[in-house]
Write a protein that binds this ligand. Sequence first.
Ligand code: PMP
Length: 363
Amino acid sequence: MKICHNFSPGPAKLPDEVICRMKDEMFDYQGKGVAIFEISHRSDLFQHIYEKAITLFQEVLKVPSSHKVLFVHGGAAMQFAMLALNFMVKGRRSAYIDSGLWSTKAINAGLERFPNEIDVIASGKDINYTNLPTYNPAEHSHDYAYLHITSNNTIYGTQYKKFPKLGNAPLAIDMSSDICSYPLDFTNIGICYGGAQKNIGVAGMGFAVVREDFLARPPQTPHTILRYQTYHNHQSMFNTPNTIGIYVLGLVLEWIKSKGGLKAMSLESDKKSQLIYQVIDKHAGFYHSKVAKEVRSKVNITFKLTNQPLEDKFLSFANKNELLFLKGHRVAGGIRISLYNALTLSSAKALADFMDIFATQNS
Ligand code: PMP
């Protein structure tokens, strides 16, 4: 197979070992003569795959018994709507922090159903999301049903190093782009959720880790399929689940465990991102990042070339060197480097070396 360095923002690179396992066993699962996607989700064979994925999720993320792991349809975006429908509490309001496009989408989904009960307590829109917005807790209620944040801004390249707090409000966190890239403390988390396609699997597969008292909140939706309780009561199989997605998730979590778990992922993430940020800082006049240093993301690095017409040349030379999918998101422009778990240190090094040479030759 052709060797390339895949910096795709998502769906993103899977670990090579996982791709090999898929090749080996997907079409003839455990010698049974059937492919994974040909078996019923009610079969013993699939039940085993599901249980393995759930157990590994709990183990790798050290999920406490107070929280339940669910696999949910519709990627992360459907959960923007679901979480408001499920966890809004009558007579209370919920708070959101707007730190980028995905936060805005979560806010808008909440507002569609609760136009008067949502407070955006801080927004980075005016500064083009180059920093994480701050707020003064004293100016806000301490009785919010939840505080929603996006842990990592895939498009703009900012990331929380420490989650914010607001009185007693449990956190509702969209972790689509940095789940499993560092150890997580669930103490103040009511729900963390996201799509699997960046760090832990394939597209169309959503996950949610929900605290029991959150699950017990009376949902404000007539639709059974939009209730987290339904997913919990039916082992995430109220209807046919994403069987392939659950299978791949299990393989990726097994791979993370074999590599030393989330501490190891976090250390690797530090090293990969440092390699790239060092080159950006070394050639600060050539590569230009507006993101505040203290909130720089370790998984999505964004910047522009000061000489903007050179960006096309950068991308095409990168392509020729098998450094793929580096174009920034259409709303942000520039370059975006995605360094999820499966992206190796040697790929990050190859890109850092390329950037160094490119800047030297084109300055
Ligand atoms: N939240 C974040 C932080 C994302 O990066 C994305 C996708 N890039 C989404 C939500 C939306 O995910 P999906 O397309 O799976 O709904």
